[in-house]
Design a protein around this ligand. Structure first.
Ligand SMILES: [Cu+2]
Length: 175
């Protein structure tokens, strides 16, 4: 009887400490400020006859969670956040309203996945990079430089890239 009386309060105290630890850790992660840097930027220029370019980069976040709300650039009147989704066995592009940036994680914008789409892009010939402003919910505006991909000299690869652009055609997208 004495044992039982002692065990129950002890269990309650352990449960309380456990709950407080979980509460503290999760609360800390959610409220810690994001610490964002953007690396490995590159821009795929439009295929001949097109004026849509895709920007790719890694968002490295060493702090708390954030959210990418939009992007803008002086070289394009319309910049959108896009992702690729598998639909009926086909990869299709979709505009997304925002992209969640996890805390202490890297979010990759890459070919076949998330990307920033720049419509009606206008840049002088031989331009090496373009400015892009990323608007985060918590970090605010972050200005980055996106390096333009060197044109591929490999004919097979060029062909492939052109096909890729044809495929992306924004089928099923409502603009
Ligand atoms: Cu796209």
């Amino acid at each position: 009887m004495i044992r039982k009386v002692l065990i129950y309060p002890a269990l309650l105290i352990f449960a309380f400490i456990g709950a407080m630890t979980i509460y503290y850790l999760s609360g800390d992660k959610a409220t810690a400020m994001p610490d964002i840097s953007v690396k490995n930027t590159h821009l795929r220029l439009p295929a001949p006859g097109q004026n849509i370019a895709s920007a790719y980069f890694d968002i490295i976040n060493k702090g708390g969670a954030d959210e990418l709300l939009s992007a803008t650039s002086v070289v394009s009147p319309r910049v959108e956040l896009h992702t690729h989704l598998q639909e009926n066995g086909m990869m299709k592009m979709r505009k997304v309203s925002s992209v969640k940036i996890m805390g202490e994680d890297t979010t990759q914008f890459k070919s076949g996945g998330l990307h920033v789409m720049l419509f009606d892009i206008s840049i002088p010939p031989n331009t090496k990079s373009i400015p892009l402003t990323l608007n985060f919910a918590r970090t605010g505006e972050k200005r980055i430089i996106v390096i333009i991909d060197e044109p591929s000299m490999d004919p097979e690869k060029m062909n492939h890239e052109m096909m890729d652009h044809e495929n992306m055609n924004h089928e099923g997208m409502e603009h």
